[in-house]
Ligand binder design. Structure first.
Ligand SMILES: Cc1cc2nc3c(=O)[nH]c(=O)nc-3n(C[C@H](O)[C@H](O)[C@H](O)COP(=O)(O)OP(=O)(O)OC[C@H]3O[C@@H](n4cnc5c(N)ncnc54)[C@H](O)[C@@H]3O)c2cc1C
Ligand code: SF4
Ligand code: SF4
Ligand code: SF4
Length: 376
């Protein structure tokens, strides 16, 4: 076959980090997930690096191999969209699902510390107890507020990372530039692994999206990720001291009094000495929303094996969407072995329809927000 002489070089060359700068960074939609830096083909010799607060940049442009991997795996590009949609049987706006239920961990110790019903923690412990994983890439608190990526290898470590309660015994740290998003993907490459290793990853939709892209491209070590547990996500927040002071003033509370934060249908803040939580509408938090979230359409984490959220469930329960055969296998295992309970009265067909309706409604709202932003 002869080459088409009219084909431009730019049509033949893979897109590189320069294109990522143009299509993602300059549009102010980089989520600072660290995926491009972690999986850069030239990582060993150094081509790109993270910056302290902002998108990654070239550390040595001459070392860039123009291979295009960074562009392909970035969750903010359209690359591999058709492939993933087909593979995971995506149907808008919430993707494929096999089962939707409301459930909770059977172990009251998990429920006590969990964000919602503790089902994520229960599934992870079931996987570990049954030797289906060697560990789980999650995130854990390092002080009252901040979380870091964490590879948990024991039941105790998984428990330690559950929930969003805050330990306010010590002094509240200076938050500085605070981000509710935790860049767990950048940790994946640091895990010392063998090809026999099996891990689970917990993440918000953009993180699971990156993992699926890496798996599609067979980028090492994405092959050790056997199970993806996705969290629902409407948006994340990033703010500095000035913005924090504004929020405290606007909503009449102090960060020092926070006991627990939950992101569900609103931002829900439980405060010391207050019976009712403070509920702040997402639309009132636009000025602190991470910029990348404005264009994100994926609320229910449609490429995960199982998705989890608080939306649709009563306090103390987790909404669970089993999506893939792999997800079905591990959820059934956790349920059959007594790690999870699904109360019948909360799982009638009427109740499940209500949960589904809420997930669809939030998903549509998020798609609309992204479309409106694109029009600006
Ligand atoms: C940033 C963020 C935004 C969310 N937004 C929504 C939303 O808009 N609507 C909604 O219904 N639900 C949202 N969720 C999901 C919800 O808060 C619960 O995580 C979910 O319902 C599971 O509850 P659980 O009690 O079963 O989880 P748990 O048993 O408490 O386990 C939660 C697990 O998630 C891990 N984790 C916590 N934070 C992160 C993080 N940033 N990155 C990776 N792993 C993490 C923990 O280490 C733990 O293993 C969000 C979660 C997060 C982290
Ligand atoms: S070497 Fe490849 S992955 Fe690394 S910055 Fe260049 S194009 Fe991106
Ligand atoms: S969103 Fe992630 S992969 Fe994309 S440019 Fe930003 S840091 Fe890199
Ligand atoms: S809204 Fe989208 S981009 Fe923002 S943290 Fe959630 S999944 Fe990531």
């Amino acid at each position: 076959m002869t080459e088409d002489p009219s084909a431009k070089m730019s049509d033949i060359m893979p897109k590189s980090f320069e294109d990522l700068i143009k299509d993602v960074h300059e549009k102010d939609i980089c989520g600072e997930c660290g995926g491009c830096v972690s999986f850069c083909t030239a990582a060993d010799i150094g081509a790109i690096e993270m910056t302290e607060d902002g998108p990654p940049h070239y550390s040595n442009k001459d070392n860039c191999l123009h291979c295009g991997i960074c562009y392909l795996i970035c969750p903010e590009t359209f690359e591999l969209r058709n492939e993933l949609n087909k593979k995971y049987d995506f149907k808008p706006p919430i993707g494929n699902w096999l089962k939707i239920v409301t459930a909770q961990a059977k172990d009251p110790k998990i429920r006590e510390i969990a964000t919602d019903g503790g089902v994520v923690t229960a599934v992870l412990i079931a996987l570990l107890d049954n030797n289906l994983i060697n560990g789980a890439l999650i995130s854990k608190r390092i002080n009252s507020f901040q979380r870091i990526p964490f590879f948990a290898k024991t039941k105790e470590e998984i428990l330690e990372a559950a929930g969003t309660h805050y330990d306010l015994k010590g002094p509240v740290p200076e938050l500085g530039n605070y981000n509710t998003f935790v860049s767990t993907i950048s940790e994946l490459k640091k895990i010392v692994y063998s090809d026999y290793m099996k891990i689970a990853v917990v993440g918000v939709p953009c993180q699971i999206h990156s993992i699926r892209k890496m798996q599609e491209l067979n980028i090492i070590p994405a092959h050790i990720v056997k199970y993806t547990l996705g969290l629902f996500c409407y948006e994340n927040f990033k703010f500095d001291d000035v913005a924090r002071a504004k929020i405290e003033e606007r909503f009449k509370f102090s960060f020092k009094d926070i006991e627990k934060i939950n992101i569900k249908d609103n931002l829900i803040i439980n405060l010391k000495n207050k019976d009712n939580p403070l509920k702040i509408e997402f639309s009132d938090l636009r000025d602190i929303m991470r910029h990348a979230c404005r264009v994100c359409e994926n609320f229910s984490n449609y490429f995960a094996d199982i998705s989890f959220g608080g939306l649709g469930s009563q306090t103390g329960y987790t909404t669970v969407m089993v999506r893939t055969k792999t997800g079905e296998k591990i959820y059934n295992l956790a349920q059959n072995k007594g790690y999870i309970i699904e109360p019948n009265e909360l799982n009638s067909s009427v109740e499940k329809s209500k949960i589904l309706a809420q997930i669809i409604s939030f998903s549509k709202r998020k798609v609309k927000r992204a479309e409106d932003f694109e029009k600006i």
